[in-house]
Ligand binder design. Structure first.
Ligand SMILES: [Zn+2]
Length: 324
């Protein structure tokens, strides 16, 4: 009996190990799986769940009508703080695969994702094939990588390739369709990438600074030659202090920056406090508009798509900062 218990205990330990891995920062993360073909003999579509809208949108583009995609987080939802609901868990349990960011973006979902791996749901981290040297690892994020990779459109193309490869592995019969769909989507992303680059240059360099509620735009800044300052850190899990507000207000006043931006998925009190603190220093800074960071816009709108939200963001940013 004791041997049986021991073996069972060991087996559980092995399973628990299999469900997670250690990342660059030495933290445990749910494991990725090497997806195997799924039995679709009855002609049903591949059933997939995606965490954030940007990923769901990419899987829909690549998957076409062979894949049924359910997105967990809708417009205005903050993925850093998101916890899976009971209905999310039901959806995940009946899915063939879950596609997620994987760089601690879905910090509150780790336990649920680990359990899904145990249940045999394929786990696809869409950032896994991005060259690690191109990932940002800001010191204040404790050595972990910045997860907001969709703001570098070139990096996001790599995520789309990972999605394509996972779909091909799970549904080899659809390979040709997935490859064609991915190529078409990547071409659209590349075209938008050039548009964003060109538009960013319309802003005078002194004020080419994107100030937002949280540090979601470092990849955007890097690729498109902007400076970026977020009030909260990389994750909204940490809150801004009065000193952070004052420091940012001083920077804005000294630079003469005309506008700051609110994010659709983050409460705007912090940004409002910065505006007031700048006013107290005699500098008027306005809200340049709402931009989309971690969540896309409402379903059915232009901003409710990945390409649409990126276009909206750059157009909004340029309109507000070009006036300077
Ligand atoms: Zn974020």
């Amino acid at each position: 009996m004791r041997t049986v218990a021991l073996v069972a205990g060991l087996l559980l330990a092995v399973l628990a190990l299999a469900a997670c891995e250690t990342d660059a920062a030495g933290e445990s993360v749910p494991a990725a799986s090497k997806p195997a073909p799924v039995d679709l003999a009855d002609g049903r579509p591949l059933r997939v769940v995606a965490t954030i809208g940007q990923i769901a949108d990419a899987v829909r583009h690549v998957g076409g009508d062979r894949v049924e995609v359910q997105g967990l987080m809708g417009s205005g939802v903050d993925p850093h703080l998101y916890r899976a609901s009971e209905s999310d868990i039901t959806r995940l349990e009946s899915a063939d695969a879950v596609f997620w960011n994987g760089l601690h973006l879905e910090a509150g979902m780790s336990g649920v994702l680990e359990r899904m791996v145990d249940l045999g749901v394929h786990s696809i981290r869409v950032t896994d094939h991005i060259d690690r040297t191109r990932l940002l690892a800001p010191p204040e994020f404790d050595g972990a990588y910045d997860p907001h990779v969709w703001f570098d459109l070139d990096l996001w193309s790599t995520a789309v390739e990972s999605i394509r490869d996972a779909l091909v592995a799970m549904d080899p019969e659809g390979a040709e369709a997935y490859r064609a769909n991915a190529a078409a989507y990547i071409a659209e992303i590349a075209e938008l990438d050039m548009y964003v680059k060109a538009r960013a240059q319309e802003i005078e360099e002194r004020v080419r600074v994107l100030i937002t509620a949280h540090d979601a735009f470092n990849y955007f800044a890097n690729r498109y030659g902007m400076q970026v300052r977020g009030l909260q850190g990389i994750s909204t899990e940490s809150e801004a202090s009065t000193a952070d507000v004052q420091e940012l207000a001083r920077f804005i006043s000294e630079r003469g920056i005309p506008a700051v931006f609110i994010e659709s998925s983050v409460p705007d009190q912090g940004v409002q406090a910065v505006i007031e603190a700048a006013a107290a220093r005699g500098h008027t800074v306005t809200i340049g508009g709402e931009i989309f960071s971690d969540a896309m816009g409402a379903e059915g709108t232009e901003e409710g798509t990945y390409l649409g939200m990126i276009r909206h963001n750059i157009d909004t940013i340029v309109a507000a900062l070009r006036k300077a």
